[in-house]
Design a binder for this molecule. Structure first.
Ligand code: CTP
Length: 398
């Protein structure tokens, strides 16, 4: 990693103390770091601490004339190679999303022409609030890289996603943001489907499955982190959109198929979604329970196979990857599925345990060259490895 200049904007949250460790790690990695503290941040860490750790002046106020004379806020925002906001509090995220510039930190963020990496940390309810979800999506659409917070016990006593990622993970994200070489999929368009589909039985009931969407969302995020333009067609799940990903929400298999068609052409398609094989024949009215009568039969109609359809399509992506959720004879079924569906790879997993909804996955990658079995990994790590393999393949000889 070559030496870079980093502007670190520290927001006012309890996680601000971890900015001290981050400054230490950034320096150790050979980079220069200049810190800006919001008013709130100064309640958690002092400018003196960060000045000592960074060996650079620390900036706190837009109205510090000395700063303005020596280094205007425009220059401060432009001299950096990368702007890192850590912790990005709910308030700071909201101001960034709205383009508010009412202090030094937010003015720098609006004035900068450099890549920005935001590292959110906040209470779980604040992170999951519709306003924050909207703001984070806005930042991603604006090209800002937003790290996903860690899950676990929080300083406020609650539990959930919202914790600041470990400083070492933030340093890794900084490295990725700084290294254009890491953007191996820049210029590529990749389509990902994820989550379950809901097939209505009548206007108030539906058939669903246990897919959480986590693995597909992680894959979309990992591909975007390598610079790909990613279209994520998501079934009904309550997951945050990964940074840099364009998301289309759908409910049914038919809607998913239409969204996939609309997203073409693509260089690769990774169909992770657990698509319902059948839908219920149209029923526009609520099915009524009538005392003494037998239950209404459900007439099922086969859904289109999106993967097999794409494999036959003249607009077939150069690399087509399917998933296989199996409960027995995993490899034999996966190999047969690869041939039957006409895709290039099948990522097979055994879903007889707690894979659906869980955080880890043990997968087998079935390709024309054979089968590789990966050890049990976090879904994010499965996603990173798969994204790297996709990059290898798209970069390789045509
Ligand atoms: N798939 C799809 N459209 C469907 C059903 C499945 O695109 N209507 C895709 C999934 O996204 C996944 C792959 O096909 O990539 C395998 O799905 P799976 O449900 O395991 O396969 P099925 O065809 O349903 O086979 P089986 O039920 O026999 O396992």
């Amino acid at each position: 990693m070559t030496a870079a200049r980093i502007l670190l904007i520290v927001g006012g949250g309890i996680a601000a103390y971890k900015a001290c460790e981050l400054v230490r790690l950034i320096r150790k990695a050979g980079h220069e770091v200049r810190c800006v503290l919001t008013g709130g941040a100064q309640h958690f860490v002092t400018p003196m601490t960060l000045a000592a750790l960074s060996e650079q002046p620390v900036h706190t106020s837009l109205w510090d004339l000395k700063d303005e004379a020596e280094m205007g806020h425009i220059r401060l925002s432009r001299e950096a190679d990368l702007v890192v906001v850590c912790p990005a509090t709910a308030d700071l995220v909201a101001k960034m999303a709205a383009g508010i510039a009412d202090d030094l930190a937010t003015t720098l963020l609006l004035a900068t022409d450099k890549p920005v990496l935001a590292v959110p940390a906040m209470n779980v309810r604040m992170w999951q609030h519709a306003a924050t979800v909207r703001n984070v999506a806005r930042l991603s659409a604006d090209g800002i890289t937003v790290m996903t917070p860690d899950e676990g016990p929080m300083a406020c006593g609650e539990h959930g996603p919202g914790r600041l990622p470990e400083p070492a993970a933030i340093l890794a994200a900084i490295g990725q943001a700084l290294a254009p070489a890491a953007r191996r999929l820049a210029g590529r368009h990749i389509l990902v489907t994820a989550g379950p589909t809901h097939e209505p039985i009548d206007p108030v009931r539906y058939i669903a499955n246990r897919s959480s969407g986590k693995q597909g969302f992680a894959i979309a995020g990992a591909l975007a982190a390598l610079g790909a333009r990613v279209t994520l067609v998501a079934g009904p799940v309550a997951l945050a959109t990964p940074p840099g990903v364009t998301r289309t929400d759908v409910m049914t298999a038919l809607e998913m198929e239409a969204a996939v068609q609309r997203a073409l052409p693509a260089d690769a398609a990774i169909l992770v979604a657990a698509v319902a094989d059948w839908r219920v024949a149209a029923n526009g009215h609520k099915i009524k329970k009538r005392p003494g009568e037998a239950p209404a039969p459900l007439a099922l109609v086969e859904n289109p196979d999106i993967l097999a359809g794409l494999a036959q399509s003249p607009r077939r992506p150069a690399l087509l990857v399917g998933f296989a959720a199996e409960t027995d004879a995993v490899l034999a079924h996966a190999e047969a599925k690869r041939a039957r569906k006409g895709c290039d790879w099948i990522v097979a997993n055994d879903v007889s345990g707690d894979v659906m909804g869980g955080e880890t996955n043990a997968v087998h990658l079935v390709t024309a060259a054979g089968t590789e079995s990966w050890e049990r990994l976090a879904k994010a790590e499965v996603a990173r490895r798969l994204a790297a393999r996709i990059a290898d393949t798209l970069e390789g000889p045509a």
